[in-house]
Each structure stands twice: as structure tokens, then as C-alpha cells.
Design a protein around this ligand. Structure first.
Ligand code: PRP
Length: 200
């Protein structure tokens, strides 16, 4: 799995359907960038990305925002059960700058149960930002547990396991240009490659 190119992964059935192509993603990010540019004129915009998956989205999004802005990063480790988050979160890398008085926009690749972002909202709210909103590329609201208000959504998605454009399976596939359905049964069959993959 680790040493296959994007084309080979498709051929060997590890990657299923393209859910959002490179072109779909680029177009939607340009629209989001325009919306954010309009909404944050004369504001003190700070985009906060949550490592690691959100970084790819953040780097494309900021290029579409025609305003002065800053970026900062947080890393968290969440305690999950069977790949599902529990909302029990520990900050492993905090922001470098204070957010007091700033217009903070949290940038995520995907919001699923909403438990991680709920924790982040509570945490960041206590630091007195001027405003605090969420922008996510993907919104999987079918699994939502926490009640959250998402200001900017790229695409809504269903239950399928997806990879690419920042989204991983055991830390792989983040570099794919499009977002694909992952054929988990084919991945399991690809045992030899999995064994050779250092971080699996
Ligand atoms: C993903 C995503 C969110 C979280 C959403 O991160 O970036 O932070 O899961 O899940 P939730 O809404 O159910 O809480 P992940 O833990 O996969 O880490 P990664 O960004 O390093 O891939």
C-alpha cells in the first residue's frame, strides 16, 4: 500500500470512487475563500489549524482569502474507541500566540461526531477571542453527537471511509490530490504492504 502511486492504488481497488476531485476541491475552496474575505473585512483574522489533517486544507484556503491574516497551529491527541472519538482530548501542542481580541476561525478537514471541535471551542472560548467560528472542508453530520454551529462547510458527506487531501488511514494517503472512498477490505488484503509500512 505504502509504495503504490495514486494510479496504482486505484487499479488495485484500494481506492474506490473519487468523491471529490482535485478540481471540485479547488472550486469549493475558492468559493469559501471569497465568503471568508467578505465576512472578515476590517477584522483581526486568525486561522487556527488542527494538526495534522487540516493543514492541507488550510494551506490552500489561505491563498484564496484576500485579507491580512495570521495562522497558528494546535495539536491534540484524542482518546478514541474503534476509530471514533470520545471527546476526551489532550493538547499536545498549544497555539504559539494569544488569541485574545482576535477573530478566530478554526480550520478542520473533517467534523464527525463533533466531540473534538466541542472541546476546542470550550478551550478557545476561555481565552477571550473577539469571535470564534468553524470552517470545515467536510461535514459528516450523520455521526454528530455534539450540537455545534459550523459557519463554513465545504462538502457534506455520508458514512463512507474516505482518504486523501489530508485525510488518512493509519497516517497514509494524506497526499492524494482528490478525496476517495477507501476500500477497507482491499487494504486488509494488502497485508504484505501493510507489514512493510513503518507507521502501521
Ligand atoms: C480528525 C479531524 C478532527 C476529528 C474529527 O482528526 O481532523 O480533528 O478527527 O472527529 P470528531 O468530530 O468525531 O471528533 P484525526 O483524529 O483523524 O487526526 P488527524 O487530523 O491527524 O488525521
Amino acid at each position: 500500500m505504502n509504495d503504490k502511486t495514486e494510479k496504482e492504488l486505484i487499479k488495485s481497488n484500494i481506492l474506490g470512487k473519487v468523491l471529490f476531485s482535485e478540481c471540485d476541491i479547488r472550486k469549493r475552496i475558492s468559493e469559501l475563500g471569497k465568503e471568508i474575505t467578505k465576512d472578515y473585512k476590517q477584522k483581526n483574522l486568525l486561522l487556527v489549524s488542527i494538526l495534522r489533517g487540516g493543514v492541507i486544507f488550510l494551506s490552500d484556503l489561505i491563498k484564496q482569502i484576500d485579507l491580512p491574516l495570521s495562522i497558528d497551529f494546535m495539536s491534540i491527541s484524542s482518546y478514541g474507541i474503534d476509530g471514533t472519538s470520545t471527546g476526551v482530548v489532550r493538547i499536545t501542542k498549544d497555539l504559539d500566540e494569544s488569541i485574545e481580541g482576535k477573530d478566530v476561525l478554526i480550520v478542520e478537514d473533517i467534523i464527525d461526531t463533533g466531540l473534538t471541535i466541542s472541546y476546542l471551542l470550550r478551550n478557545l472560548r476561555s481565552r477571550f477571542p473577539e469571535s470564534l467560528r468553524i470552517c470545515t472542508l467536510l461535514d459528516r453530520d450523520v455521526r454528530r453527537i455534539a450540537d455545534i454551529d459550523i459557519k463554513y462547510i465545504g462538502f457534506k458527506i455520508g458514512e463512507k471511509y474516505i482518504v486523501g487531501y489530508g485525510l488518512d488511514y493509519k497516517q497514509k494517503f494524506r497526499n492524494l490530490q482528490s478525496i476517495y472512498e477507501l476500500k477497507l477490505d482491499a487494504v486488509t488484503r494488502d497485508v504484505e504492504s501493510l507489514k512493510n509500512s513503518s507507521s502501521v
